[in-house]
Write a protein that binds this ligand. Structure first.
Ligand code: RFL
Ligand code: PHB
Length: 402
């Protein structure tokens, strides 16, 4: 490290901003190919390992973790389901993902567990993650020596990482996407008039697989975390205050929306975590500016109904790592220059699927009764047509990356 003006300067090949799924998978993928990287992250390790988010991994994400030697705990502790249940008009319909996709399963393994496994392995490999940084900024993106500047420990010394490329993996609110000049990017967005209220409860599982329920009172989702802890969501007003939702009110909505006509019942338990999230679809095109490449939530957002966000973030960095490997092996930029176009083809399909699942399953008061009936017809079609069920299944378990 040398002093350059007031900043301490250091050098690496790929500077990565953000230790979420995108940044951590990228660091591992590059390390396997002998490419150096440093991650800077503005939260501390306990915070990133404790944030409750996604739950479902696509089959190829599971395969990738195993290939990278990062899957041992996941294979012991995750829940593997052969399908999901769609519930509407008080009836359950099993979609046999495994049968319809030639053996691909639904894996439930919480995002923060993936983060824990990837952080531990990265540090064991001697990789560097600079936690708890402040004032991250990006510089000289149009040159072949782009720089990430930040303060150590939020208000400590200023450091600069000089690198060949910057990977902006800093989520929806990070500084990377805004570093692409506004005139050089187009943003596509849809904001939904509803949100999800999510809870964690200490209770045994009520059902052997995930249930996605369409109900006139609004959508509900039953998921799991472990034999002792369950994850459930209900559609709500995104601007609602969580203080308006007593535990009794949450359970009464869950019972009403998940009820069946055949006597199935939901098991309650103490609620130890609850919160409300808003829902949007968002895409930034292109995902590159000079030597900056953005990936994951920094570049796109999907509503969680399709369980795609984490998986899309990983798919982006698989594509990006291939371009970087090509560059370091042969000096060729062609594959890197194709990164945005290649990634966006798959991203738009995941955007379509997430929008489709969201509109089909939620109650939108702004829609006409005609449109609401169309969603029920769509569900009825999906559960009775092998072709339609196959289309849903192949999207849910994950489209191929190539
Ligand atoms: P992340 O996870 O937001 O990580 C970005 C990291 O960057 C850091 N950062 C900065 N670091 C340095 N300097 C700065 N200025 C920085 N600003 C930010 C942040 O601290 C953070 O650590 O983005 P990434 O890696 O792109 O990963 C995206 C996924 O996290 C996200 O898409 C999923 O959680 C979405 N999602 C789901 N995805 C799935 O694939 N399957 C699911 O079942 C699923 N369920 C969900 C979800 C998201 C949810 N919420 C809470 C939005 C369920 C929910 C409720
Ligand atoms: C979760 O378990 O958190 C979960 C499952 C399925 C989704 C979204 C979230 O579609």
């Amino acid at each position: 490290m040398v002093n350059r003006g007031r900043a301490r300067v250091r050098r690496t090949q790929v500077g990565i901003i953000g230790a979420g799924p995108a940044g951590l998978f990228l660091a591992h993928l590059l390390h396997r190919q002998g490419i150096e990287s440093v991650i800077v992250e503005n939260r501390n390790r306990a915070e990133i390992e404790g944030t409750i988010r996604a739950g479902v991994l696509e089959q190829w994400t599971v395969d990738l973790m195993n290939e990278m030697g990062l899957g041992a705990r996941m294979m012991r502790e995750a829940h593997f389901h052969s399908g999901i249940t769609l519930r509407f008009n008080g009836k359950s319909h099993h979609i046999d993902m495994e049968g319809l996709t030639g053996g691909k399963r639904v894996t439930v393994y919480a995002q923060h567990e993936v983060i824990r496994d990837l952080v531990a392995a990265r540090l064991e490999d001697g990789g560097e993650i600079v936690f708890n940084v402040g004032e991250t900024s990006l510089h000289d993106l149009d040159t072949d020596r782009p720089k990430i500047r930040y303060r150590r420990d939020r208000d400590g010394e200023v450091e600069e990482i000089h690198c060949d490329f910057i990977a902006g993996c800093d989520g929806f609110h990070g500084p990377s996407r805004p570093a692409i000049p506004e005139a050089a990017r187009t943003e596509y967005q849809k904001v939904y008039p509803f949100g999800w209220l999510g809870i964690l409860t200490e209770a045994p599982p009520s059902y052997p697989e995930l249930i996605y329920a369409n109900h006139e009172r609004g959508f509900a989702l039953l998921s799991t975390r472990s034999p002792e802890i369950q994850r459930l969501y209900i559609q709500c007003d995104p601007k609602d205050d969580i203080a308006n939702w007593s535990d009794d009110r949450i359970w009464s909505e869950l019972h009403a929306r998940l009820a069946t006509k055949d006597g199935w019942s939901l098991t309650e338990g103490p609620i130890f975590q609850k919160g409300i999230i808003a829902m949007r679809s968002f895409v930034c095109d292109p995902m590159q500016h000079g030597r900056l490449f953005i990936a994951g939530d920094a570049a796109h957002i999907v509503p969680p109904t399709g369980a795609k966000g984490l998986n899309l973030a990983v798919a982006d960095v698989v594509v990006l790592s291939r371009g970087l490997v090509d560059y370091y092996r042969s000096g060729r930029m062609e594959r890197l220059e194709q990164y945005s176009a290649t990634a966006l083809r798959r991203i738009w399909k995941a955007e379509r699927f997430s929008w489709y699942m969201t509109t089909m399953l939620h109650r939108n008061e702004a829609e006409t009764p005609f449109e609401q009936r169309i969603h029920l017809a769509d569900l009825d079609y999906v559960v009775h047509s092998r072709a339609a069920a196959t289309a849903l299944a192949e999207n849910y378990v994950g489209l191929p990356i190539d």
